[in-house]
Design a protein around this ligand. Structure first.
Ligand code: KG4
Ligand code: ZN
Length: 333
């Protein structure tokens, strides 16, 4: 069978990324241009700046990717991009660039949901088997999804308030750690012990999550200690927080796997780069004889390779988009 090359673009937040993916599995070349150094100065992503920087960088990033792959735009079988969810202005840059490439080279245009991309990061150099449960943990989402086949996504539960990554970023702010907070909180947690008592997490839905109470508790704890003239142990606070987040994710994932009698768990999204969370979920899966998959760290945080991997599934199903497609800031799979 002829090989399929898809050029994929990801611009949903603060990474301008392009990738050429062969048959949905092989990363031929990927470039990720991160804007973190700029947004860091403001303590978080500034949407207007993000879209301007995507505009400045997108052509350069595509050109670099083609050079790295030693390929030409004419060699591509389709052009794909993230169309939702994300920052509107940022998404539009990737979307319009991709439509233009598709129009000029007369090849299919494929629009990909960013969360499908995160899930399909697990299919790079790998063969997923169904049914499976996907635990998606990113800066904007925390979802437990049952997949009975490669295109069916049944939401079992989601966060009722903050996403996991968002709560990591907020706790980082309490600890005066720079954006993005997740990796920095993880570094602190490695040095600490779980000495601080954290609140119980209660949700009505069996598979739902809630992290805003935990974040408020950390803020109050730091504030109260300061008022009393005490110095908070920042390493222990990071460790106590990370422990309870990981426990919550593990409990809900284990419950879903048992209730639906599913033998495969896949973890994905930016927070899946966290070693402690990866290990805890892995241990739970080993204990229950569950197959556990998590992408390489570079495919956990935002990248275009995962968009190319997901686009291939849509390509096989001839699920092509037309040029009237618009960006959407929030939409489920
Ligand atoms: O998937 P992603 O790159 O962007 C979104 O789609 O949101 O996820 C970014 C989130 C940020 O909140 C970041 O702090 C978090 O992932 N993150 C981590 C780690 N690496 C990234 N959180 C905890 N530990 C990490 N090592
Ligand atoms: Zn993401």
């Amino acid at each position: 069978m002829k090989d399929t090359y898809i050029l994929a673009i990801e611009t949903s937040c603060d990474e301008t990324s392009c990738s050429i993916v062969k048959n949905g599995k092989e990363d031929i070349a990927t470039v990720v241009n991160s804007q973190i150094d700029v947004h860091k100065l403001f303590g978080g992503v500034v949407p207007e700046l993000a879209s301007r920087m995507h505009l400045e960088n997108i052509t350069i990033v595509i050109d670099e990717t083609l050079k790295k792959a030693n390929m030409k735009l004419e060699d591509m079988d389709a052009f794909a991009c993230t169309y939702a969810p994300g920052l509107m202005g940022s998404l539009l840059v990737g979307l319009e660039t991709t439509k233009t490439l598709s129009l000029v080279y007369n090849k299919p245009f494929i629009k990909v949901n960013h969360m499908m991309g995160h899930i399909y990061a697990n299919n790079i150099n790998n063969d997923l088997a169904y049914p499976l449960i996907a635990l998606v943990i990113s800066g904007g989402h925390t979802d437990l999804i049952l997949m009975e086949n490669e295109t069916s996504f049944k939401y079992l539960g989601s966060t009722l308030d903050d996403a996991v990554g968002e709560s990591f970023d907020k706790v980082a702010r309490i600890l005066n750690l720079p954006y993005p907070g997740g990796p920095n909180v993880e570094k602190y947690a490695k040095e600490g012990k779980p000495t601080y008592k954290m609140p119980e997490i209660n949700t009505k839905g069996k598979y739902d999550f809630s992290f805003s109470g935990l974040k408020s508790h950390c803020i109050n704890l730091a504030h109260n200690e300061k008022q009393r003239g005490n110095v908070i142990n920042e390493f222990d606070l990071a460790c106590s927080f990370q422990n309870v987040v990981s426990k919550e994710l593990t409990i809900k994932a284990e419950r879903a796997l048992k209730d639906f009698d599913v033998k495969t768990l896949i973890l994905c999204g930016g927070v899946a780069a966290n070693s402690f969370i990866r290990e805890e979920l892995h241990k739970m899966c080993d204990k229950n004889n569950i197959n556990f998959y998590v992408p390489e760290r570079r495919y956990c945080t935002d990248n275009a390779t995962m968009i190319g991997a997901a686009a291939y599934v849509l390509y096989k199903n001839k699920n092509f988009a037309d040029y009237s497609a618009n960006a959407e800031s929030s939409i489920r799979l």
